[in-house]
Design a protein around this ligand. Structure first.
Ligand SMILES: Nc1ncnc2c1ncn2[C@@H]1O[C@H](COP(=O)(O)OP(=O)(O)O)[C@@H](O)[C@H]1O
Ligand SMILES: [Mg+2]
Length: 143
């Protein structure tokens, strides 16, 4: 089987379309007949990554890769980057503004949830550059 790859653009501050990319990803995985627990993990992680691009970045994209062995989400944005990744990973840590919190975001659980949903997870970022997040969930035989 050939790998399948999709790329979706995600715009900053676009709260109207926010969530569309992760919805599309969920639909694609369902249509491919991917195990529902795996689809759920990927959908949650993709949603959190998508919202972080909308809320915290200046814009970017999300890539979905499906291989016979695993599914990978790569979230890639153009900046401003994360100053302290270890701190950003802490449950409850958020730099979201009051305006964003009023919309129901900014609980500081996005990055920890992405990690929980993943078999392999990485964040590569620094202040002044973009952020790259890799989320992989294995497709185990028999699932
Ligand atoms: N793509 C990103 N670009 C810049 N900063 C980010 C990005 N993703 C996360 N962050 C930083 O990490 C913090 C924690 O992220 P997260 O756990 O998703 O919580 P929340 O989005 O609720 O603030 C954010 O408040 C922000 O400071
Ligand atoms: Mg978040």
């Amino acid at each position: 089987m050939e790998d399948i790859k999709y790329v979706f653009n995600v715009d900053k501050d676009d709260f109207v379309r926010a969530g569309e990319t992760s919805s599309k990803i969920k639909k694609i995985l369902r249509q491919l007949g991917i195990d529902s627990a795996i689809t759920r993990k990927i959908s949650i992680a993709a949603y959190e990554a998508e919202m972080n691009i909308v809320i915290h970045s200046i814009g970017g994209c999300i890539e979905l890769k499906i291989t016979p062995d695993f599914i990978r989400i790569t979230a890639n944005d153009k900046g401003p980057g994360i100053d302290n990744v270890e701190l950003a990973m802490k449950e409850g840590y958020s730099t979201a503004t009051d305006k964003v919190r009023e919309m129901g975001f900014g609980a500081g659980m996005g990055l920890p949830n992405m990690k929980k949903c993943s078999d392999r997870f990485s964040v590569t970022s620094s202040a002044g550059s973009g952020t790259v997040i890799n989320i992989e969930v294995d497709l185990k035989a028999g699932d």
